[in-house]
Design a protein around this ligand. Structure first.
Ligand code: MG
Length: 175
């Protein structure tokens, strides 16, 4: 991507949280997938789609920067078509939309907060999945894993939380 005109830059923030429960049939949890990487873990996210909180927060950060509908508006959790949906398809739709409109993602900074599993051994896979789905060079995607120091729902392993900041270069000059 060429260096963007500074006046075309917009920042967006995305946030997602999913409750974690024992994986079905013991509970309502789905297999634990983050940024398209499946972790072998006894609990997983409760969600209408596959519950990939990283992909969901990335979607909301990018669309937030552009003032476009968020993921809940674009893919309602009341629509049976999205039950168990592979969230990579949400990013594929987003990528198509960006290409059509001529926007480009400058970079993504992602923070995943969960007590377990340990993300560091799979971080490279997570980054390359996000970059591939959005057609970005992996150097434009940064991902950090944090714990919640054993406090509150996230620290007690009952939820996973993701924050994303996206910088987007808009096709049209922003006045
Ligand atoms: Mg979600």
């Amino acid at each position: 991507m060429p260096e963007p005109d500074p006046s075309s830059l917009r920042v967006g923030h995305g946030y997602d949280l999913h409750r974690l429960e024992p994986v079905a049939p013991e509970g309502r949890g789905r297999p634990f997938i983050l940024a398209g990487v499946r972790f072998d873990h006894p609990v997983g996210p409760v969600g209408h789609s596959d519950g990939d909180a990283v992909y969901h927060a990335v979607y909301d950060a990018v669309t937030g920067a552009l003032g476009l509908p968020d993921i809940g508006q674009a893919f309602p959790d009341t629509d049976p078509a999205f039950d168990g949906h592979d969230s990579a398809r949400f990013l594929a739709a987003l990528r198509g939309d960006l290409v059509r409109r001529g926007h480009g993602i400058v970079n993504l900074d992602i923070t995943v907060v969960c007590e377990r599993p340990k993300l560091s051994p799979r971080k490279g896979e997570m980054v390359s999945n996000i970059a591939r789905e959005l057609g970005l060079d992996p150097s434009r995607v940064n991902l950090k894993g944090k714990t919640h120091e054993k406090v509150d729902a996230v620290g007690e392993g009952r939820a996973v939380e993701v924050h994303v900041v996206a910088l987007v270069a808009c096709a049209a000059r922003v006045s």
